[in-house]
Design a protein around this ligand. Sequence first.
Ligand code: 3IO
Length: 340
Amino acid sequence: MVSRFRNIRWAILPALAALCSLAALPASAAPVTLSYANFPPAPTFPCVQMERWKQEVESRSEGQVRIDTFPGGTLLDAKDMMDGVIAGQADIGCLCMAYQPGRFVVTNATSLPLGIPNARVGSLVLWDLYQKYQPQEFAGVKVLTMFASAPANIMSKKAVQSLADLKGLDLRASGGAAEILKAWGANQVGMPMSATPEALQKGVVQGLFSSLEVMKDLKFAEICKYVTLTDTVIYPFAVVMNIERWNALPPAVQKVMDDLREEQAEWTGTYMDTHVQESLNWSRDTHQVTVISLSEAEKAEWNRLLQPITDQWVQSVGTDTFPAAAIVKDIQALIQRHGR
Ligand code: 3IO
């Protein structure tokens, strides 16, 4: 008996030693923790895609990285996002490029009225455009993904059925969408989405021009009882990472994130397109929102007013070194490639 126990004890020792050395392998080292800042509240689509990305990265990298998410501007606000990530106040940040139109000129060209039909196509067009031009404004960060909202529509406290109804109406929009509202004669007011709930509450604006999922996610259906369908332009977004933090990541984690870049763009676009439809149905059924479609004659007139916008953009930003006309052509070709 005694000798048998002794044998077992000797057999256990090497196994214990092996276990101890396993614990010292990098795979079971403490995970790298990264902070991820976002500007709008948690139920909105930029935050839904953030949580999906976090889960994919954490599970695909098998515990080597942990992502702490900060929705609602709790770590960085809408307009501080790019500089805050560059400065390292957050490791990762999600930004809407329309809020700094002059800073992201190439990628913001996707919000010219060129007929992007939905968020999925918009997201893939935006990603390919970024890949092709690799604009200088992103040189100081690692771009983790890009995606687009669904095309913008009017959400308003009063019914908008004609250009006459729109004239002088205080509506909130940013970037390319703002140019559209101006062309239609509305009184465009610029602010990020995160400031819009309060502006609507206080009556600073009478409505907004953006994608319709916010009717549900931000409960705008409680205050905006009318939707006018225009399906005009998308808002482009980028997710960027501090470059030193990126460079310090294990190569296996970098690969997980690189492999997700385009997949995440498409996932987000698809989620958005489905969710817009849900939001519209919910707004009609739960909050008796009226959805207005323009007459053919009215629509033709609205579209006519948008025609000069792209040419004016090409003329104002195009130079010998900035290929504005080629960017427009590329976007049109990419819309065809990614389909409708
Ligand atoms: C948007 C921004 C934050 C949360 C939900 C959103 N849906 C559409 C947008 C686009 C946008 O940035 C804007 O300001 O309309």
